[in-house]
Design a protein around this ligand. Structure first.
Ligand code: NAD
Length: 288
């Protein structure tokens, strides 16, 4: 089955889920934004309103388009409220057991031919798909990047059982959302985080080892490598907890000591310094 997708449920309304919802609503889809935490739904709603208002001020979109996009989003506490969605993207916590539990719930709430996609950064698609047994063919990795409205890439990752039809439909949907889909194989971290996360982790080691302070590390990498932002600030935007969880997956799956999370990264997470989203990570974000 191909054809235009007209509705989507997004499970998790954190950094990524809220961005995916916004992009889908602006592309004309009806979207159910699902989260178990009411405060996260409120936060997503405020983010959607603020982002669209800013686009109106900059005359990038009309007020009517903003209102129409917002009217297409429903903020709901459970998947049961999102029944009928043709497509589901899971963007919840980066933990295999949590994701498998959510996928079993998705399997029950969204029957075939709905596609069950995960935005996981590093967890095996085949492993997640195994949780839904006979429905593994409609499970796929649809890895968006942060901030979703700005970043062009969607890494598309097939699990062992993912059907060609699911893959083709995912590529089509990514394009319909204005993104560029690029395939990667189902290995921990895929391409993006296999390469990016060890660099971020090494920046924490450089800081911990006194090679330079965080400002200097970022400035050197920005000016020396022509990066738009340094690795430590990028870690703050990704979320230090998310970076830590991804390193744990890489370490467990690939087995090499180089993937073990830097102790300083771990300490910051334990201290609740999660980055931009918590107001403080490596750097401070007083507005939050
Ligand atoms: P986040 O911590 O900002 O948000 C996760 C959200 O999931 C929270 O709001 C939480 O309440 C919700 N949640 C947890 N369990 C749930 C459940 N059972 N049902 C509904 N909602 C539930 O995390 P994030 O940064 O948005 O990351 C989400 C996923 O996207 C992770 O798998 C992460 O690895 C991946 N990812 C993150 C980034 C990034 O830059 N942050 C980039 C690409 C992919």
């Amino acid at each position: 089955m191909t054809g235009k997708v007209s509705s989507m449920a997004v499970i998790g309304s954190g950094t990524m889920g809220s961005g995916i919802t916004l992009v889908a609503a602006q592309a004309g889809l009806k979207v159910w934004q699902v989260d178990v935490k009411p405060e996260q739904l409120e936060r997503a709603k405020a983010y959607h309103r603020k982002t669209l208002d800013r686009a109106v001020e900059k005359q990038k979109i009309s007020r009517a388009d903003t209102d129409a996009a917002l009217a297409r989003i429903a903020y709901v506490p459970s998947m049961a409220d999102a029944r009928g969605a043709e497509w589901v993207v899971e963007a919840a916590t980066e933990n295999a057991e949590v994701k498998k539990r959510i996928f079993r719930e998705m399997q029950a709430a969204f029957p075939a031919p709905a596609v069950l996609a995960t935005n996981t950064s590093s967890i095996s698609i085949t492993d997640i798909a195994a949780a839904v047994g006979a429905d593994a063919g409609r499970v796929i990795g649809m890895h968006f990047f942060n901030p979703v409205p700005v970043m062009a890439l969607v890494e598309v990752i097939k699990g062992l059982a993912t059907t060609p039809e699911t893959t083709q439909r995912t590529v089509e949907l990514a394009k319909a959302l204005g993104k560029t889909p690029v395939p990667a194989n189902d290995r921990a971290g895929f391409v993006s985080n296999r390469v990016l996360m060890p660099m971020i982790n090494e920046a924490f080691h450089a800081w911990m080892g006194g090679v330079a302070g965080p400002e200097e590390i970022d400035q050197i990498m920005k000016l020396g490598c022509n990066f738009p932002m340094g690795p430590l600030r990028l870690a703050d935007f990704i979320g230090l907890d998310v970076c830590h969880d991804i390193m744990m997956v890489l370490h467990r799956e690939l087995g090499e000591p180089k993937f073990f999370p830097c102790p300083l990264l771990r300490q910051l997470v334990l201290a609740g310094r999660l980055g931009d989203k918590s107001g403080r990570g490596v750097f401070e974000y007083p507005a939050k």
